[in-house]
Design a protein around this ligand. Structure first.
Ligand code: HEC
Ligand code: HEC
Ligand code: HEC
Ligand code: HEC
Ligand code: HEC
Ligand code: HEC
Length: 343
């Protein structure tokens, strides 16, 4: 009896081993090539000038481009604009930007925030499900669905990160949005291999701060961009909104009083939120706190939710008002007052 059992187990093990071996060989790791640098992308390798350069998917289209085919189908489109997608246009973007590429994964934290609802204190621009006119502060009705392409131009833009120059029917500025983009060290080898005019992977540090004395610096332009949909939120100190309310200054380049000082563009969650000291859950775990304790500390408890904020609760207010227009609140034992104003 026991002999039979052993041979049965051995047989089962054999079957399982060969099964997993077959699975492994079916799922071979993706090997990037110049014309197929990431899964799902097929681009050219020589540019207009005859130089070796891996083509970009968005914009900078070369005279021998294949890039259109990554998003459009000539005869078999799923929309009147001949796009390939499953349900909504955002699905098209997410076929590549959900981590498939290895870079620009919008479901992972970046300078733009995150699209992900799996963590606590999550809030985001709910693309594919809401109307543009439902934006808080909207003064114009627009029943069109909020999509990735409401904010981005997949065909290229004079603004960084393909940000559109005309959003919600409004051309908000003649000055380009400049972000502080640095080559991503995680893709150093890749960036070195794609040619001087070719595909490069960058990390964003947020809007570039150019010059205190110019009204049109990109920081202000960034607020103008957000206000194409959130019209009534763009105000100076003391100005009444159309609905009679007042808002904190949002239309100034000074001391970072623009939307990006306090908000991400995509979304936020407990892994991104910071406290007044600029620390995240990961920072506290590194100092010895348990994950549970750090998350309980960082949790956004405000009634309105985390509202795509960079800082948890109302800590962003406290970060600035210790130095700028100081509020008369004495330090409390156990409080951490090392916060710095953000730009
Ligand atoms: C990364 C995906 C992507 C690539 C690559 C791409 N497109 Fe598009 N295209 C779109 C999307 C998304 C729309 C719908 C835009 C909208 O609704 O604002 C669109 C719309 C269009 C339209 C309709 C008119 C318009 O501008 O809205 C044309 C024409 C077009 N694309 C041509 C091209 C050509 C030609 C190429 C290659 C040179 C190309 N596209 C490459 C995503 C792409
Ligand atoms: C076929 C794969 C693919 C699809 C589909 C795709 N992208 Fe991309 N995306 C890329 C690649 C590759 C890059 C890197 C830069 C480049 O090639 O242009 C990129 C870069 C970007 C960037 C950063 C651009 C920069 O230069 O900093 C943005 C923003 C972006 N994509 C938005 C979108 C949006 C919005 C859509 C849907 C309309 C979309 N992508 C669909 C492959 C894709
Ligand atoms: C409300 C406007 C808005 C919407 C909607 C939006 N984006 Fe963005 N996105 C931005 C802005 C602004 C940035 C640049 C943020 C920064 O770096 O400061 C950005 C950055 C990006 C980047 C670069 C991220 C990085 O690694 O730095 C990618 C890729 C991207 N967006 C793709 C998408 C995709 C895909 C969608 C739809 C699922 C989408 N975006 C929807 C405004 C938007
Ligand atoms: C194309 C239109 C559009 C643009 C541009 C836009 N938004 Fe929004 N925003 C919306 C819509 C629509 C909603 C409400 C729907 C929803 O729940 O996603 C919203 C909601 C929000 C919310 C509330 C989220 C919550 O959970 O309470 C914040 C905060 C916000 N946007 C900030 C920004 C910032 C910052 C920018 C600039 C980077 C920006 N928006 C640009 C359309 C836009
Ligand atoms: C000084 C920081 C700060 C700036 C600058 C800022 N916000 Fe906010 N925003 C917040 C906070 C904090 C909340 C949460 C609101 C609350 O609980 O009082 C919020 C909430 C929101 C909401 C959710 C609806 C609401 O009214 O609570 C929207 C939409 C929004 N902000 C859009 C914007 C836009 C667009 C800009 C730029 C024009 C901007 N914000 C600039 C801090 C800021
Ligand atoms: C980036 C720095 C910064 C942040 C963050 C910030 N403030 Fe301010 N705040 C200022 C400055 C500077 C002024 C002076 C008024 C002005 O010139 O806009 C001000 C003014 C005020 C005023 C006086 C009203 C006025 O318009 O003069 C109040 C109240 C206030 N802030 C509350 C808050 C609250 C609440 C928050 C959190 C949502 C906050 N502040 C976040 C910098 C900041």
């Amino acid at each position: 009896m026991s002999k039979l059992k052993i041979s049965f187990t051995a047989l089962l093990t054999l079957i399982l081993v060969s099964f997993f071996a077959a699975m492994a060989s079916a799922e071979e790791p993706f090997v990037p090539t110049p014309s197929n640098p990431a899964p799902g992308i097929n681009v050219g390798t020589v540019d207009n000038n005859g130089n070796v350069a891996t083509h970009r998917t968005h914009g900078n289209f070369q005279n021998n481009t294949n890039s259109c085919g990554n998003c459009h189908s000539t005869h078999n489109g799923d929309s009147a604009t001949l796009l390939k997608f499953e349900e909504t246009e955002a699905d098209l973007c997410l076929t590549c930007h959900d981590g498939t590429l290895g870079f620009y994964n919008v479901e992972k934290n970046s300078g733009a925030g995150v699209f992900n609802s799996t963590h606590d204190s999550a809030s985001m621009h709910n693309v594919g499900t809401v109307a543009i006119g439902s934006a808080p502060g909207a003064l114009t009705a627009n029943e069109e669905e909020l999509q990735c392409s409401s904010c981005h131009n997949p065909h290229g833009s004079t603004n960084d990160r393909l940000l559109k120059t005309t959003v919600n029917g409004k051309t908000y500025s003649t000055v380009a949005i400049d972000l502080e983009l640095v080559e991503d060290p995680a893709f150093a080898d890749f960036n070195a291999s794609t040619g001087p005019t070719g595909l490069k992977i960058y990390q964003s540090k947020g809007p570039k701060f150019v010059n205190e004395n110019r009204e049109d610096v990109p920081q202000r332009v960034y607020s103008d961009f957000c206000a194409t949909c959130h019209d009534d939120y763009l105000k100076s100190s003391g100005d009444q909104r159309a609905d009679g309310h007042y808002t904190h200054t949002t239309d100034s380049y000074k001391a970072g009083r623009n939307c990006a000082s306090c908000h991400y563009a995509h979304g936020t969650d407990i892994t991104l939120l910071k406290d007044t000291a600029g620390k995240t859950v990961a920072d506290y775990v590194r100092t010895g706190w348990t994950q549970e304790k750090a998350e309980a500390y960082m949790k956004d408890v405000s009634a309105g939710g985390s509202a795509i904020k960079k800082y948890t609760n109302m800590t962003v207010c406290w970060a600035c008002h210790q130095t700028t227009h100081k509020i008369d609140t004495p330090p409390v034992a156990g409080g951490n007052y090392s916060g710095k104003p953000t730009r």
